[in-house]
Design a protein around this ligand. Structure first.
Ligand SMILES: Nc1nc2c(ncn2[C@@H]2O[C@H](COP(=O)(O)OP(=O)(O)O)[C@@H](O)[C@H]2O)c(=O)[nH]1
Ligand SMILES: [Mg+2]
Length: 308
């Protein structure tokens, strides 16, 4: 019997460096939402890649940042626990950004960890080679990296190398998940995230931080009552109701937009993606509700986490 390589790989880095994009690309499927706004990922999710060599279990994490709200404290607790439980850490950095306090904070977080760390210099598709070399030079003495790999998560550059080197650093073990499992999140959670992704893509300033989505209803209904419906040729429609939480009335007005135009666009984009995943028609009903200070409310945070 051939020996399998199996283990957990934590994706770590500042907000927006491309952790979720890398996860989706490695899996060849969208399991995590992405956006150009910071703090898109709030809860750690697993992405499982099974190949002939073994199983790589990626742990996509919230970005490393100094927590100010209870929400952010919870986000960071996911990061710390991922660091403690993984076999390998992939630290991502954005090659287009200057080294700053945020990076120092990240390195500080990783200083006392004995797990091997890869430095992944991401977004190399949009910079010149010299810039990559400068960053390698800057980072190579800051921490004892096992490997330093320039990648493009978006374009897929060097991800084959990353996969090979990852297997080299994982222990021999039995597979943990079955071959067809790709994530540990529920469909309900993924769907609420897709709605949130569409909100994030249309709003600016503080709104991404104060937006949360909860799925109220997610059910199939057979719409067609014609004789065909009984013969198995059913036209199924999925009814989905979701609530978008924001913190203030002004936020609510922004998300709804003039004459409800923005919420309509958000709804249409989310519905189209959900229909693609489900392969059937979707009726999506969105409500926008004001819930003051939900980021510090344990009840709302529990409710949202309970969806996963
Ligand atoms: N040009 C380029 N953009 C990228 C790359 N990887 C991620 N991005 C973009 O960077 C933004 C943040 O990505 P995301 O995966 O959400 O970052 P996360 O917060 O670390 O999970 C998104 O707009 C991505 O499309 C890359 O390799 N090249
Ligand atoms: Mg993310």
């Amino acid at each position: 019997m051939t020996k399998m390589k199996v283990g957990y790989v934590a994706l770590i880095g500042r907000p927006n460096v491309g952790k979720s994009t890398l996860l989706n690309k490695m899996l060849g499927q969208k399991v995590a939402i992405t956006s150009d706004k910071p703090q898109t990922t709030r809860i750690s999710i697993l992405g499982i890649k099974t190949t002939q060599k073994g199983q790589i279990i990626f742990v996509d994490n919230p970005g490393i940042h100094k927590p100010l709200h209870n929400l952010n404290k919870r986000m960071m607790s996911f990061v710390y626990s991922a660091l403690e439980t993984s076999n390998l850490i992939n630290l991502l950095i954005d090659v287009t950004l200057k080294f700053g306090h945020g990076d120092e904070f990240v390195l500080e977080t990783l200083k006392n960890i004995s797990t091997p760390i890869f430095l992944l210099i991401n977004k190399v598709d949009i910079v010149k080679k010299e810039k990559i070399l400068l960053l390698i030079d800057k980072y190579k003495d800051l921490l004892n990296f096992k490997e330093i790999i320039p990648i493009s998560a978006l374009k897929g550059t060097n991800l084959d190398i990353l996969e090979d080197l990852t297997y080299d650093n994982l222990p021999e073990a039995q597979k943990i998940f079955s071959d067809d499992e790709i994530s540990d999140q529920s469909q309900r959670f993924l769907f609420s995230e897709i709605v949130r992704e569409k909100v994030l893509s249309h709003v600016k300033q503080e709104l991404p931080f104060v937006t949360a989505v909860y799925m109220d209803r997610l059910e199939d209904e057979i719409k067609d009552s014609s004789p065909n419906a009984l013969s198995g040729n059913k036209k199924q429609v999925q009814y989905i109701n979701a609530t978008i939480f924001v913190e203030k009335e002004t936020h609510r007005r922004i998300v709804i937009g003039k004459q409800g135009r923005l919420i309509k666009t958000i709804g249409t984009q989310a519905r189209q993606e959900l229909e693609q995943i489900l392969g059937k028609r979707v009726y999506l009903d969105l409500w926008v509700k004001v819930k003051e200070n939900w980021r510090d409310s344990p009840d709302v945070l529990d409710l949202i986490e309970s969806q996963k």
